[in-house]
Design a protein. Structure first.
Length: 267
């Protein structure tokens, strides 16, 4: 019944931009080796990439971390050599997985570079913030509801309410698992958090009133009660700026992919 509140949108985790991905079997770069295993050098750039991933996850630069990374790379090289001895790197399915890993690393780097090269300024974010505030309105509603499958069921509940039966008690028969155990309580929300028929009916109620006719939505039939209203005070711009930035960057990347897909010659 709820639609996501845009101001409360969760941080969008763009996995291709943030998730660590191990690179596929690639030629070793020239330069200083951090270790040599059975004659095979472990290049510095491999160490640096692994260390960067650990630091991105909160690890601190210490001698202990350096030793642990080196040991982990040595173990990986040993196991990689053993896998190659068995010819596993020649198997088509393994080569496919290695290619997917290689692609993921390149894609992540490309998208991260694109986002850095095309920053979204504060003016654009503030414009989006103001648009969201305008759409949300200036009032929050605290409501209860009872959701059932059939209109006749909703009418029967309304009849019982008319006779004085408690709303919270009747809410036990609601098919909304998120609210039935709390007497149908939905908490404080902007009308924009609800589907239109529900929001329209809610806004017409006065404090303490419930709908005299069932309200039909795509989820079924609702009986709605308004408990309270209060002024809507959205969080300040600076507080939600990171979420807005993440959302805008994700949309930016999605549009880039759409544009590139449209230009690509695919047969």
């Amino acid at each position: 019944m709820h639609t996501p509140s845009r101001l409360a949108v969760a941080l969008l985790a763009a996995s291709l931009l943030s998730a660590p991905v191990l690179a596929a079997d690639a030629p070793a770069a020239k330069g200083k080796a951090v270790a040599t295993v059975n004659g095979q050098a472990i290049p510095q750039n491999l160490y640096d990439a692994f260390a960067a991933e650990q630091k991105a996850q909160g690890a601190q630069e210490t001698q202990e971390l350096q030793n642990a990374i080196k040991e982990e790379l040595v173990r990986r090289e040993i196991l990689t050599q053993e896998a190659k001895k068995k010819g596993l790197d020649k198997k088509p399915e393994i080569q496919g997985q290695m290619e997917l890993a290689r692609q993921a690393v390149l894609i992540r780097a490309f998208l991260a570079d694109y986002v850095r090269a095309n920053p979204i300024n504060d003016a654009a974010l503030k414009k989006e913030y103001d648009a969201i505030k305008s759409q949300l309105g200036d009032t929050e509603y605290k409501a209860r509801h009872i959701l059932v499958d059939k209109e006749e069921e909703a009418k029967a509940i309304i009849a019982k309410l008319d006779k004085g039966e408690p709303f919270a008690e009747l809410a036990k028969q609601s098919k909304d698992p998120g609210s039935k155990a709390n007497g149908g309580e939905l908490g404080w929300s902007s009308p924009k958090s609800y589907v239109p028929p529900f929001a329209d009916a809610l806004q017409k109620l006065k404090k303490g009133q419930y709908t005299k006719d069932p309200v039909k939505t795509e989820f079924g039939f609702h009986v709605i009660q308004l408990e309270e209203t209060r002024p809507l005070n959205p969080p300040p711009f600076e507080q939600v700026k990171p979420q807005l930035q993440q959302r805008a960057s994700q949309q930016q990347v999605e549009q880039l992919i759409k544009d590139l897909r449209a230009k690509a010659q695919v047969k």
